[in-house]
Design a protein. Structure first.
Length: 518
C-alpha cells in the first residue's frame, strides 16, 4: 500500500489505558519525532488517512485472557506501516495475528535481565544483555506465523518478537520508562532504523509552522486572548503577537487576588517592552465584593471563575469585530478530557483556569498549544526569546491567593499573605532553590497564636510555608528545603510582616494531600 506524504511525520500511539501512554508520546518527541495518542479503537481507515510513519500499541491494565478486553482493528496491521507493540500491545499483536497468549504463572514485575537473541533492528548496537522493566501477568506463548523471537528473559521465553517482512515488533517490557536504562535507544532504533523517521520535530520548526498557520488562518481578523502572565498564556500572546501584531487583543484581568507587584510586572513586560495591544482591567473590587464572607473553597472557585468570564466578555464586547478567541490549552488537558476508556475520575477540586470560553459569543477557537506538553511550551517560550525568569515561573492557580487564604478573604489578609509570599520566594531564589522546586508559596491560616515580641504578648496570624517537588503536579513530594533557609524565611516574615507571629512548614506529600491547601 502506498503511503501518502503528510506535512509532518507522525507516530500514532494507540492508547490501551497504560499509565505510561503519555510517557511514550513524550519519549518519541524527545527523539524529535511528533508522537500523538489516539484511542485504541480508532478505525484503521482513519489511521490510513492520517498516514503515520509508525504505530505504537501501548501497554494497558487489561488481560487478553479475560472475556472482554480492548482490541484494535485488525486492519491496522494491513496498512503497510511499521508497528511496535509494548507489553499489552505486544500480546494483542500476538493474539490478533494468530499467536497464543497465556496467563503467566510467574508474574514479572520490576527489573529483569533481557537476553537479546538478535542484535540487529530494534536492539542494534545495544549488546546481548539489557536491564529492562517488566510489569505483566500475561505473555505471548506462541509466535504468530511470520514472527521470530528476538529476546527472552528467565520468565518470558518470548520477551521480544519481530516480523521482519512486515516490520512488526513486540516487546514485553516497557522501553519508555527510565527503569529500562537503554529504552530510549530501543525506541530510537524503532523510529529511525525501522520506521525511517527523521528527527525534525523541534520547537523551532513548531514556531515557524505555527506562525505561518496563524497568519494564514487569521488574516486581517482580530483575535482576543486572556493573559495571566503565566508561562502558557504569555507564550501564547507573544506567538500570536508575532503572527498578527496589533490584531491581537490581550486582556489582563487584575482580580485583586494576585501576588505582590504581579499586575505591574505584566503591564511593564507586555505593554511597554513587547508593545502588545493590552487591555489591563482593574477588577479587584468586583471580585472581592463577590467573595465577601465566602469560606468554602469550591464556592470561591465558582465565584472567581464566573466573574472572570463576565469581565472578559464585557471587554470582548467593547471591541468590534473579533472573530477568534485564543486559549492556551495543552496536550494533557486534551488527553485527560478523553481517557482511553472514558469514565469520570473523582473530582478533588474543579480547577478554574483563566481563559474560559465565553459561551454565547460565537468566537472561533484558536489553540496553538493543544498538541504540546508543558515543557514543550517552555521551549517555545525560549524559541520566542521570552526571559528565563518567566519561562521557569512556578505555576500559579487561576483563583490566585483566594485558595491560599484559608477562610474569608479580606484586603488586610491579602496584604499579609502578599508580603509573606514575597519574602518566601525572595529567599528561595537567593538560596538558588527556585529552579529545583515545582511550586513554593505561603498560605495564610485561619488561626491566631500567642507570641512574645519585645517582652509583649502578641496574638496574631499564622502562615504556613508550602514547597513541593513534582514533574507534573499530579503527584508531589514536600521539598527538603535546608533548615537555615527555612529559618531565614521565618525570621524575615515574623520581623517584617506586622500581624504574623508564627510560621510553620508543611511536610505533606500529594497524595494524600494536595499541593494547594484548598
Ligand atoms: P492541587 O492543589 O490540586 O494542584 O494538587 C495541582 C496544580 O494545579 C494548580 N491548581 C490550580 N490551577 N486553577 C488553576 O489554574 C485552580 O483552581 C487550581 N487549583 C490548583 C496548583 O497550583 C498546582 O500547580
Amino acid at each position: 500500500m502506498s503511503r501518502k506524504t503528510t506535512e509532518r511525520e507522525m507516530v500514532a500511539i494507540l492508547d490501551f489505558g497504560s499509565q505510561y501512554s503519555q510517557l511514550i508520546a513524550r519519549r518519541v518527541r524527545e527523539l524529535k519525532v511528533y508522537g500523538k495518542l489516539f484511542p485504541y479503537n480508532i478505525r484503521s481507515a482513519e489511521l490510513a488517512e492520517i498516514s503515520p510513519k509508525a504505530i505504537i500499541l501501548s501497554g494497558g491494565p487489561a488481560s487478553l485472557t479475560a472475556e472482554e478486553s480492548p482490541i484494535c482493528e485488525k486492519g491496522i496491521f494491513e496498512l503497510g506501516i511499521p508497528v511496535l507493540g509494548i507489553c499489552y500491545g505486544m500480546q494483542l499483536m500476538g493474539k490478533l495475528l494468530g499467536g497464543g497468549v497465556v496467563s503467566s504463572s510467574a508474574r514479572e514485575y520490576g527489573k529483569a535481565n533481557l537476553c537479546v537473541d538478535e542484535e540487529s533492528g530494534l536492539f542494534q548496537g545495544l549488546g546481548r544483555d539489557l536491564t529492562v522493566w517488566m510489569s505483566h501477568g500475561d505473555r505471548v506463548a506462541k509466535l504468530p506465523s511470520g514472527f521470530e523471537r528476538i529476546a527472552h528473559t528467565a520468565n518470558s521465553s518470548i520477551a521480544a518478537m519481530k516480523n521482519k517482512e512486515k516490520q512488526f515488533f513486540g516487546v514485553q517490557f516497557h522501553p519508555e520508562v527510565i527503569h529500562t536504562p537503554r529504552g530510549k535507544e530501543i525506541l530510537e532504533n524503532f523510529l529511525y532504523r525501522v520506521a525511517e523517521c527523521s528527527p525534525t520535530w523541534t520547537m523551532k520548526s513548531f514556531v515557524e509552522r505555527s506562525l505561518a498557520e496563524l497568519k494564514d488562518r487569521v488574516g486581517e481578523e482580530k483575535v482576543i486572548c486572556a493573559l495571566s502572565g503565566g508561562v502558557d498564556s504569555s507564550c501564547l500572546a507573544i506567538l500570536l503577537h508575532r503572527a498578527i501584531g496589533s490584531n491581537l487583543i490581550a486582556v489582563f484581568v487584575d482580580n485583586g487576588l494576585l501576588r505582590k507587584d504581579e499586575g505591574r510586572t505584566v503591564k511593564e513586560r507586555f505593554e511597554s517592552y513587547y508593545h502588545l495591544n493590552l487591555k489591563f482591567i482593574e477588577a479587584g473590587e468586583r471580585f472581592l465584593e463577590g467573595l465577601e464572607g465566602v469560606v468554602d473553597p469550591e464556592a470561591k472557585r465558582k465565584i472567581i471563575g464566573k466573574e472572570f468570564i463576565r469581565v472578559f466578555e464585557e471587554e470582548a464586547r467593547k471591541e468590534k469585530g473579533i472573530k477568534f478567541l485564543a486559549q492556551g490549552t495543552l496536550y494533557p488537558d486534551v488527553i485527560e478530557s478523553r481517557s482511553a476508556f472514558g469514565g469520570p475520575s473523582a473530582t478533588i477540586k474543579t480547577h478554574h483556569n483563566v481563559g474560559g470560553l465565553p459561551e454565547d459569543m460565537d468566537l472561533e477557537l484558536i489553540e496553538p498549544f493543544k498538541d504540546l506538553f508543558k515543557d514543550e511550551v517552555r521551549m517555545v517560550g525560549k524559541e520566542l526569546g521570552l526571559p528565563e525568569e518567566l519561562i521557569q515561573r512556578h505555576p500559579f492557580p487561576g483563583p490566585g491567593l483566594a485558595v491560599r487564604i484559608i477562610g474569608e478573604i479580606t484586603e488586610e489578609r491579602l496584604f499579609l499573605l502578599r508580603e509573606a509570599d514575597k519574602i518566601m520566594i525572595e529567599e528561595i531564589r537567593e538560596a538558588g532553590l527556585y529552579g529545583e522546586i515545582w511550586q513554593a508559596f505561603a498560605v495564610l491560616l485561619p488561626v491566631k497564636s500567642v507570641g512574645v515580641m519585645g517582652d509583649e504578648r502578641t496574638y496574631e496570624n499564622v502562615v504556613a510555608l508550602r514547597a513541593v517537588t513534582s514533574t507534573d503536579g499530579m503527584t508531589a513530594d514536600w521539598a527538603e528545603i535546608p533548615h537555615p533557609v527555612l529559618g531565614r524565611i521565618s525570621n524575615r516574615i515574623i520581623n517584617e510582616v506586622k500581624g504574623i507571629n508564627r510560621v510553620v512548614y508543611d511536610i505533606s506529600s500529594k497524595p494524600p494531600s494536595t499541593i494547594e491547601w484548598e
